[in-house]
Design a protein around this ligand. Structure first.
Ligand code: CP
Length: 328
C-alpha cells in the first residue's frame, strides 16, 4: 500500500522524478485538466490547518477531482461517540481514493494503519507525530530545487529554534529529506528541548552529515548562519505552560534572525541565505521585513506546494488507465 508518512526511505531519483512531474503540473494549472475525474480525496484533519488542507483541495480540483473535507472530526464526526481511528479510516476509505490525514497521536495512526492493512485507502500524512509532515518537506525541498543554484550535496541547512522538541515536525521532515539528498544538517537549540530521539536515530541511520549545538550565544548562532546556505527560521513553541513560554520568548533572542543579519552576511560573504519556514509564524520569532526580499523562500513554498501536491496525488492515486493509454 502506498502510504506516505516520511521520506527516510526515498531515493534521490524519487525526489527528482517527483519534482520534474511537479514542473509539468505547474503548466497544467488552470487548464481544465481532468486527470483525476471521478477520483476523490478525503481531507481528515483532527487538528487545524490552513495551507495543507486547502492546498490539497485546490490541487485536487486543478486535476478535475473531488474533495470531501472533515475539518473538525472531534466535534462533528462519530469520533464524538467513541468511534476509533481505525474504524473511521476504514469507513472513509469507502468514499475516497486517497486520505490526507492530520492527527495529534503518531502511535494511534501507525497502529490503526498496521491493523487495517489493505483495507484502507492510501494515506498521505498531512502532519502527525514528531517528524511526519512529508509533503510540507517536499514542498520546501522542491522550492530549494527551483531556487537554489547549488547541488543538494553542497548545501548546508541550519535549523535554529529554542524548542526543537515540540511542534517542529516540518523542520525535522525537511532535515530528513535534505539529508537523503546529501545536504549537511546543522541544528542549534536549547539543551532541554533538542530534537526527539527518533529523529536523531533516523538521521544517524541514514548516515547523514549532521551536527547538533546547544545553548549557543546569539553571536555563535550567527557564526553558524554565515556558514549555511539555508536557514529554517524558529517555529513557535507548543509549550502550554506559562513558565516555559516565558523561557521560549527569552531564549528566542539567541535564535532570532533579522533581515539585517542576512544582509550583513551577504555584504561580507556575497552569500544570499535562503530563509525558510513552514508557516504559520508570529512576530516574536520572525522578522517580517524578510518578506519580499531576495532571502524569502517561505511564500514561494506555499505557491509551489500546489504543483508539488498535484504531482503527488497523481503518483499515489494513479493516472486512469484510459488516459495512460493515450500516452503509451
Ligand atoms: N505548514 C503547514 O502545515 O501549515 P498548516 O498548518 O496551515 O497546514
Amino acid at each position: 500500500h502506498q502510504h506516505l508518512f516520511d521520506l527516510s526511505g526515498w531515493s534521490q531519483d524519487q525526489f527528482i522524478t517527483l519534482f520534474k512531474m511537479a514542473d509539468l503540473m505547474d503548466e497544467l494549472k488552470n487548464s481544465g485538466c481532468q486527470l483525476m475525474l471521478g477520483r476523490v480525496i478525503y481531507n481528515l484533519f483532527f487538528q487545524p490547518s490552513t495551507r495543507t488542507r486547502t492546498s490539497y483541495e485546490y490541487a485536487m480540483k486543478q486535476l478535475g477531482g473531488q474533495v470531501i473535507n472533515e475539518v473538525d472530526p472531534l466535534r462533528h464526526s462519530a469520533v464524538t461517540r467513541g468511534e476509533s481511528l481505525k474504524d473511521t479510516l476504514r469507513v472513509v476509505s469507502e468514499f475516497a481514493n486517497l486520505i490526507v490525514l492530520r492527527h495529534g497521536n503518531e502511535n494511534e495512526v501507525l497502529e490503526a494503519v498496521e491493523l487495517l492493512g489493505s483495507r484502507v485507502s492510501p494515506i498521505i500524512s498531512g502532519g502527525f507525530g514528531h517528524c511526519y509532515h512529508p509533503t510540507q518537506a517536499l514542498a520546501d525541498i522542491y522550492t530549494v530545487w527551483r531556487f537554489i543554484n547549488k547541488p543538494f550535496k553542497d548545501i548546508v541547512v541550519l535549523l535554529t529554534s529554542p524548542d526543537l522538541s515540540r511542534g517542529y515536525r516540518s523542520g525535522h521532515a525537511f532535515a530528513i529529506g535534505m539529508a537523503k539528498l546529501g545536504a549537511r544538517i546543522v541544528y542549534t537549540g536549547s539543551a532541554e528541548h533538542m530534537i526527539p530521539s527518533n529523529v536523531r536515530e533516523t538521521l544517524i541511520d541514514l548516515g547523514a552529515k549532521f551536527e547538533e549545538f546547544t545553548d549557543l550565544s546569539r553571536i555563535e548562532n550567527l557564526e553558524l548562519l554565515s556558514r549555511s546556505d539555508l536557514v529554517y527560521l524558529p517555529i513557535t513553541s507548543l509549550a502550554t505552560d506559562d513558565v516555559e513560554r516565558e523561557l521560549f520568548l527569552k531564549r528566542i533572542q539567541q535564535h532570532f534572525i533579522s533581515l539585517a543579519d542576512l544582509e550583513s552576511i551577504k555584504k561580507s560573504t556575497g552569500k544570499v541565505i535562503g530563509a525558510m519556514h513552514p508557516l504559520p509564524r508570529n512576530k516574536n520569532q520572525f522578522d517580517y521585513a524578510i518578506d519580499n526580499t531576495e532571502f524569502e523562500l517561505y511564500f514561494k513554498t506555499v505557491k509551489l506546494s500546489v504543483p508539488l501536491r498535484m504531482a503527488l496525488i497523481a503518483a499515489v492515486v494513479g493516472i486512469p488507465l484510459s488516459i495512460r493509454s493515450q500516452y503509451s
